[in-house]
Write a protein that binds this ligand. Structure first.
Ligand SMILES: [Zn+2]
Length: 50
């Protein structure tokens, strides 16, 4: 799977903290499933707006 198709939820499983840091900066979306946040809707599996 290519990195940019992965959600924060996938990245967390792989413990890709560096990529997660970039995506979490200025987060505007949060996952209602796993509670992770990101600055793009596409990065979240069940996005709700913050
Ligand atoms: Zn999720």
């Amino acid at each position: 799977m290519s990195r940019d198709k992965m959600t924060m939820c996938d990245l967390a499983e792989e413990k890709d903290i560096e990529e997660m840091k970039i995506r979490a900066k200025g987060a505007t979306w949060i996952c209602s499933e796993c509670g992770r946040s990101a600055n793009k809707k596409e990065y979240i599996c069940e996005p709700i707006e913050l």
